[in-house]
Design a protein around this ligand. Structure first.
Ligand SMILES: C[S@@+](CC[C@H](N)C(=O)[O-])C[C@H]1O[C@@H](n2cnc3c(N)ncnc32)[C@H](O)[C@@H]1O
Ligand code: SF4
Length: 382
């Protein structure tokens, strides 16, 4: 039976962080009951179309899903594991903000079936937390991590580095503190300026600067070095895990496997009758809910993804992984042989420079190559 990863989007936050362009919204009163009813209805709609599958992961992302009442999370998990056949190792992750956590809620999520949390810590430095517009303190973040360690079998947290003025020594210190608290997984993102955010405006006005490329590259190398000392390997550009601690849900994206996405703005990649389709949903929470209430789904018309486009997507995702792209899987998932999807001259040059490795089983971006992926891919991909 084919496998499936399920993403459920919760689109609300207590405040909008100035760097964030995720589909997240602030409301004076969050219409939780209405939204959850719509999520459950859309999940039923999608499950009926998809048919029987082995469900390998559920990911509650956002937004801030830790604003959901545990009983609502429980109902969504019960629905999903009733519609699909849960894998015996099913991974069920919920993203949590340190601000929206109370002990009771964590215990409630665990009882609902959540077996992994991903906490948005962002920094342990009070000045950085203020700059990033976070509503929680470093102490609250530590408390949330310690509580999660006691309650959940698996735990990850996120940090944002390469912040304005951040030097290597300061980042190594902060990272060591993080690593001393870490369990099996960390997500370590370099700050990016996303169009349409408050930071884009302020950055455009010259209010702050980001580290230059070579300084950022040194921070990246320092990150991998420190993480390795604690036994965490960079299995993806921004994700570090102990062996077996990798996010199975995110691996499904990077390996270009099938996933369903429900809730406002959620994406999916699903195969119907031998064709791979891209599903997407209306981004506005209330407009999406209205569509679900009328039609059972807030989906936009589906797009069939042609083999060349599949190949492009699979390359963009797969080269992020340290393990690279399996040539066999690539052919199965895209219908295109990998050598036919890339520019041979650019491939040769990348191999020569030490950015890519091609074996008889896989195409792999080296650590140096993964640092330059954004620059390499447009030339490499046909
Ligand atoms: C959907 S957010 C989720 C987590 C949760 N809402 C929170 O903020 O705690 C996923 C993660 O992406 C990262 N992120 C978002 N925007 C970013 C940016 N512009 N640069 C770097 N990292 C970013 C943050 O680390 C954030 O925790
Ligand atoms: S970073 Fe998290 S809390 Fe902040 S706006 Fe984005 S989704 Fe919401």
């Amino acid at each position: 039976m084919d496998s499936l990863a399920l993403y459920i989007h919760w689109p609300f936050c207590l405040a909008k962080c100035p760097y964030c362009d995720f589909n997240s919204h602030v409301r004076e009163r969050i219409p939780q009951a209405r939204m959850v009813a719509a999520l459950r209805r859309e999940l039923a709609y999608e499950a009926a179309r998809i048919g029987p599958r082995r469900l390998t992961s559920i990911f509650f992302g956002g937004g801030t899903p830790s604003l959901l009442d545990p009983e609502n999370v429980a109902n969504l998990i019960t629905d999903a594991t009733g519609f699909f056949r849960p894998d015996q190792n099913i991974e069920i992750t919920l993203e949590a903000n340190p601000t929206s956590i109370e002990a009771g809620r964590f215990a409630g999520y665990r009882a609902a079936g959540v077996n992994r949390v991903s906490i948005g810590v962002q920094s342990f430095d009070p000045a950085a937390l203020a700059f990033l517009g976070r509503e929680h303190s470093a102490d609250q973040a530590v408390q949330a991590i310690e509580l999660a360690q006691r309650i959940f079998p698996r735990l990850s947290f996120d940090l944002i580095y390469a912040r304005p003025g951040q030097g290597e020594a300061a980042w190594r210190d902060e990272l060591r503190r993080a690593l001393s608290l870490a369990a099996d997984h960390l997500s370590l993102y370099q700050l990016t300026i996303e169009p349409g955010t408050k930071f884009a405006l302020r950055y455009g006005r010259g209010e702050f600067a980001l580290p230059e490329d070579d300084a950022a590259a040194r921070l990246y190398d320092a990150t991998a070095e420190e993480a390795a000392r604690f036994g965490l390997e960079p299995y993806e550009i921004s994700n570090y895990a102990k062996p077996g601690g990798e996010s199975r849900h995110n691996l499904a994206y990077w390996r270009y496997q099938e996933y369903a996405g429900i809730g406002p703005g959620a994406h999916g990649r699903l195969t119907w009758g031998g064709r791979l389709v891209a599903t997407s949903r209306h981004r506005g929470p209330e407009a999406w809910a209205e569509m679900v209430e009328q039609d059972g789904t807030g989906a936009h018309p589906e797009q069939i993804i042609a083999p060349e486009e599949r190949a492009r997507e699979a390359l963009l995702m797969g080269l992020r992984l340290a393990a690279g792209i399996s040539l066999d899987d690539f052919l199965v998932r895209t219908g295109v042989a990998l050598p036919d999807a890339i520019e041979p001259n650019i491939l040769a040059a990348c191999i020569e420079e030490g950015y890519l490795r091609l074996t008889d089983r896989a195409l792999i971006a080296t650590a140096e190559g993964r640092k330059r992926l954004d620059a390499l891919l447009p030339a490499l991909v046909r």
